[in-house]
Design a protein around this ligand. Structure first.
Ligand code: PFF
Length: 503
């Protein structure tokens, strides 16, 4: 059965697909706003350290785990470990949960792209503000479900083509296109008046507080937990994606070099996305302040002049309200940049979503092979996408807590224990997967590799295609640094979500 499993067409094809999995909404949306919320530069520094000492190590670990066993997540853990064989299930469950909101956000991108396209085609027609558009979109649950469906249909068509015939093909065109579009948006963003304030916010230590963007710097533990969670999500780790992609990789490829390239490329794109998004949002805010804009004060309820602290750099509003306003403020060329930007985000979302879907698909395909049968890929992909559509419909109908199916507000009113949830299904699913399952999965994986099967088991696999002298570094990080970092991140996440005040 082994030869029927399929493999990547080339190493560059694998690399583009892995980078495609890593580069997603997490880079373009999550990274800039988490960086903003966490005081800019400190976050960047911690993120980079974590990427080298934790992200790079786990990336090598996952790719080698997949390649060594030639199996998807469940099969890989099962064949290597007695004590931890069930972790594989965690890593099939989490991608499935992530897809519940990832596909809804992908649907939003399609909607915004078409909206800008129609603004481009019907120049001069009445144009709504970003906030009005976002509100109109969320309160139209039927539309949200339809766009989510459209997003899933695109993913279905790609995944059914297989690893080299679908995923690799899409990324070979999609990734270079995304890069070019990102450069175009960066140039436009940095040439807006006031953009330099945004750059300083990102790269000058302490500037976010000094200039009044945020009141005070967040606690170190909070920044660590935020940066850690973000790093995992952004690198597609502890979700089975890299184990799955690694299982289709040929033995002679260099896993050390490949892991380094994926981590570096993802970090560069996240930083570039920050440079594309933050300065544009700040420039637009400054233009509003200079024009004498006012806001309603959240505490006093009175109208007052807008300040730097009112520039929205976080949450879904950054992508779908603030940036839409930026494009609208650009005049006739605005919608063109809008189309480019939302298409870019859409490609990033698709290339990540197909890796999440592939984790689940590969599990079913491997299971069929174990039973001596040849799995029917199109059928498996169809069922997986349909199951995702069901859970995504709940998130889409909820409209970030504005619509039907919202059980979180009444729950919070009754028990008041859900802490940081924004009272919506998306946050619940995000907490479950990104917040808890991801660091937990990584912690267990490092314990398994570091202490049960021993790092040497994976190092032997890594050395099949690489002579790099990383044994000491890999073993030390896997045994001590990764578990410690994961534990801190996990406790930090739980602390933030439930307001326990541990740190
Ligand atoms: N890395 C993706 C992002 O940054 O948006 C999300 C993701 C994809 C997470 C695949 C996990 C995964 F397995």
């Amino acid at each position: 059965m082994e030869q029927n499993r399929g493999s990547w067409g080339s190493n560059i094809g694998f690399l583009l697909a892995a980078i495609g999995s890593a580069v997603g909404l997490g880079n373009i949306w999550g990274f800039p706003y988490k960086m903003g919320k966490s005081g800019g530069f400190t976050f960047l520094l911690i993120y980079l350290l974590l990427a080298v000492f934790v992200g790079f190590i786990i990336m090598m670990g996952e790719l080698s785990l997949g390649r060594k066993t030639g199996k998807g997540t469940v099969g890989a853990y099962r064949s290597l470990s007695k004590r931890f064989k069930w972790i594989g299930w965690l890593a099939v469950f989490s991608p499935f949960v992530i897809m519940s909101f990832y596909s809804v956000l992908g649907g939003y991108c399609i909607e915004y792209m078409s909206l800008n396209l129609s603004n481009l085609a019907f120049a001069g027609a009445e144009i709504k503000t970003g906030a009005d558009l976002f509100g109109a979109m969320l309160t139209n649950p039927f539309g949200c479900v339809m766009f989510t469906l459209l997003f899933l249909v695109i993913c279905y068509l790609i995944n059914r083509g297989g690893v080299s015939g679908g995923i690799e093909k899409f990324n070979k065109v999609g990734m270079p296109a995304l890069f070019v579009m990102l450069v175009i948006i960066i140039i436009r963003s940095l040439t807006l008046p006031g953009a330099m304030e945004g750059l300083k916010f990102m790269f000058v230590p302490g500037y976010a507080v000094k200039a009044g963007f945020i009141k005070e710097a967040p606690k170190f533990a909070t920044v660590l937990a935020t940066a850690g969670g973000q790093m995992f999500f952004s690198l597609s780790l502890a979700m089975g994606a890299m184990i799955t992609y690694g299982s289709y990789l040929s033995k002679q490829e260099d896993l050390v070099k490949n892991s380094a390239i994926i981590v570096i490329a993802d970090t560069i794109v996240a930083t570039m996305a920050g440079i594309a998004v933050i300065p544009a949002a700040v420039a637009n805010g400054i233009a509003q302040i200079n024009a004498g804009a006012t806001v309603i004060d959240a505490v006093t309820g009175l109208e007052r002049a807008m300040t730097f602290a009112d520039i929205k750099l976080g949450g879904p509003s950054l992508l779908f309200v603030t940036l839409q306003d930026v494009f609208q403020a650009m005049g006739t060329v605005g919608p063109l940049f809008g189309v480019i930007f939302y298409l870019l985000v859409l490609i990033a979302a698709i290339s990540s979503a197909i890796s999440l879907i592939e984790v689940v698909v590969t599990y079913f395909m491997d299971r069929a092979a174990e039973k001596g049968k040849q799995g029917n890929r199109p059928k498996v992909v169809l069922w997986v996408c349909l199951a995702i559509l069901v859970e995504a419909t709940v998130v889409a109908l909820d409209g970030l807590g504005t619509n039907v199916l919202n059980i979180w507000v009444p729950l919070q009113n009754s028990f008041g224990v859900i802490g940081e949830f924004n009272d919506c299904w998306l946050d619940f699913m995000d907490t479950l997967s990104e917040g808890i399952a991801m660091p937990l999965g990584a912690l267990l994986m490092s314990l398994m590799v570091g202490w049960e099967i021993k790092p040497k088991t994976l190092l032997d696999e890594i050395h099949q295609g690489s002579a790099a002298k990383i044994d000491g570094f890999f073993s030390f990080c896997m045994k001590f640094i990764v578990p410690l970092g994961m534990l801190l991140i996990l406790v930090g996440q739980v602390d933030t979500f439930f307001h326990l005040g541990i740190f």
